[in-house]
Design a protein around this ligand. Sequence first.
Ligand code: T6T
Length: 323
Amino acid sequence: MKKLLCAAVAALAVGVFATGEAQAKKVTIALIPGLTTDAFYITMHKGAQAAADALGDTLVFQGAPDFNPVTQVPVLDAVIARHPDAILIAPTDKVQLVQPLKKAIEAGIKVITVDTFIGNGHYQTGSGDADFPLSYVASDNVLGGQIAARALAKSIGDKGKVYVSNVKPGVSTTDQREEGFKDEMKHHPGITVLETQFNDDDANKAASQLQSVLARNPDLAGVFGANLFSALGSANGVKQSGASGKVKVAAFDAPKAIVEPLKSGLVDIAIAQHPAEIGYFGFVAAHAILNGQSIPTSIGTGFTVMTRDNIDDPAVNAYLYSD
Ligand code: T6T
């Protein structure tokens, strides 16, 4: 499956660049991130810009200051009013962005979702009311949650209490990471998964939640921070509680600020996504469809697993996010 997908993506890129870019229609594509100040989306922006530069197209980057449909929808409306040829968007809610995105389709703008999806993420199926985006370009987030669970299980000796620090329900990526994590933990009967703590993408809240969970469960063995802010916040909570090394941390995402906690042993594993690839291939896919080519309805990008032992390897730390 993975090989097929990679072949499809490679064919897409080869097709786009081989048709002779001199003849290609120059297009304007907007990228709307989950929020503008997150290193994950900053890196995605760079990847999309690299594709725009290579293709001679125009990229517009416009987003909200926080990860919230209430602030993202007005940004989407403003972008639709500018009428780009296509929109790449990381929808901040599986349901709440469906109707607002329909307006883009009605205006004749192609829609591709990057990182997160709407509906169930299966597009162009002819079923449901949220299958209209043309493609979904992202990490395999269920797999990411499973990887985190396996690593955390190993580091706590396959027994004890853990919990997931997560953003909020309704976000496709982080919902799937939690699902993958919990599914994998079913294979580890010595581990108890406590109730998930939702932090609203606020690292300070994640830190104080860690301290409260630890106060209620002094035998807490580990935490999975399901995105950048959940992970950094939980790690800080562990540090502030003086529990570094005692409460193990598995982190999703790889801002530069994760290096020091990895090296000190505060964080055991960080799962880096490849947001530059998501931006790059999202942009190339939009360019391709606007130039009459077909594209896959789903394009998967990979992970790099970072630990204290490999973080100094340039082939690994090249995947730290930009800020
Ligand atoms: O984990 C990423 C992204 O994949 C997720 O959808 C939202 O949070 C991040 O942007 C990290 O903060």
